[in-house]
Design a protein around this ligand. Structure first.
Ligand SMILES: [Fe+2]
Length: 376
């Protein structure tokens, strides 16, 4: 019954082509905006792409069946909580007091399985961890996927571009001399789009990897918010009310947005119902699990009731700069976050035509579960 509550989105094709329809997505990209010559050969102002093997492709004939359930293994549960295999040679700096760490002195791709277990737990605790000076982007793509596959089944994104032959790599790509930011800001005051990745899936991602291939000299930072601290900031009475509530997460608007601007839909869009509060299986921490990009409706609430409560939660997460961190990218940076207990937003804050190109490896995790309210 409940998924039928998701309304058909209003079509708004001309705005959709600019990425400014009802569904907000600043990085509109897609095949219509992609210029292969400028990427491979560069332009008068911009050099060629540093990693042409990672340039995006979109094949409209490439279709995938619905995802099937799988059993997720939470490697963080096997970790030594003193992190000897991960942090032996590491210099760790906290980004803030309650979210984020930056690490120098660790080569991710060299981690043993014990080190990977510790990585899963450390990232779950810190929420987002920035690894500098990595050789990850220089690995053969298959080796990078083999590394990420330790943490869960690879998610194949339904709409994004992917390197040819590697559909499990999700690309964030804004080409050289792309000026779509100007179109976007004709209709929007900001590019902030808080979300956790693909929460419409029944088993959304857990430990997630995003690494820089090319980026502007300044700009294009990524914002992260701790959804556990967002939960803890709420009063016990309010948290008690949230427990037991479930919400519908929808892929429909993202798929329509892709179709409207000439992009692909590799898998039919789905909706899933998830608890509003989920518990992390490795840390036992509770976290809010709603986001404005994909969460549409609270099950059992009337429309106005649902809109009212979700707007409060979305604003609470967006305004909580005292449980957020801002990550600056640099060549060799790999950012690892736990998508179960964080939200993030890209920022589209430069429009001088510099390329921005990142790759994401997105292992799926368990179906979100809630444990009972603990009375405090
Ligand atoms: Fe994202």
């Amino acid at each position: 019954m409940a998924p039928a509550l998701v309304e058909t989105p209003r079509s708004n094709v001309s705005f959709a082509n600019k990425g400014i329809a009802d569904y907000k997505e600043a990085y509109i990209g897609g095949p219509a905006a992609y210029k292969q010559e400028a990427e491979v050969g560069g332009t008068a102002k911009q050099p060629p792409a540093r990693y042409p093997n990672y340039l995006p492709t979109w094949d409209p004939e490439e279709k995938y069946p619905p995802l099937q359930p799988f059993v997720h293994k939470e490697h963080g549960k096997d970790a030594d909580p003193t992190f000897p295999h991960l942090l032996e040679n590491a210099k760790v700096t906290n980004l803030t007091s309650n979210i984020g760490a930056e690490i120098h002195g660790v080569e991710l791709s060299k981690l043993t399985d014990k080190g990977k277990d510790e990585l899963a737990l450390f990232v779950a605790q810190k929420k987002v961890v920035v690894f500098r000076n990595q050789g990850f982007a220089d690995l053969p793509i298959q080796d990078a996927l083999n590394f990420g596959g330790y943490f869960g089944r690879h998610h194949i994104h339904p709409t994004s571009g992917a390197p040819k032959g590697f559909p499990a790599v999700h690309l964030v790509h804004r080409g050289a001399e792309d000026t779509t930011a100007r179109d976007f800001f004709e209709e929007r005051t900001n590019s902030v789009t808080w979300h956790s990745d693909v929460t419409y899936e029944q088993q959304p991602p857990g430990t997630t990897f995003l690494y820089l291939l090319d980026g502007p000299v300044a700009g294009g930072d990524t914002l992260f918010a701790s959804q556990t601290e967002a939960y803890r900031r709420l009063s016990p009475e309010f948290r008690k009310r949230l427990h037991g509530l479930k919400a519908i997460h929808s892929a429909i608007e993202q798929a329509d947005n892709s179709k409207n601007r000439g992009g692909v839909v590799r898998r039919e869009p789905v909706t899933s119902i998830h608890p509003i509060v989920r518990t992390h299986p490795g840390t036992g921490e509770k976290a809010l699990f709603v986001n404005p990009q994909f969460t549409r409706r609270i099950v059992g609430y009337k429309r106005e009731e649902s809109d009212f409560l979700l707007k409060f939660l979305f604003d609470h997460i967006a305004k909580g700069q005292d449980f957020q961190a801002r990550v600056k990218w640099a060549p060799g940076t790999v950012v690892v976050w736990d998508n179960r207990v964080t939200a993030h937003s890209a920022l589209l804050d430069w429009d001088d035509g510099q390329r921005r190109h990142l790759a994401r490896i997105t292992p799926q995790a368990e179906r979100p579960e809630e444990t009972p309210f603990e009375g405090k």
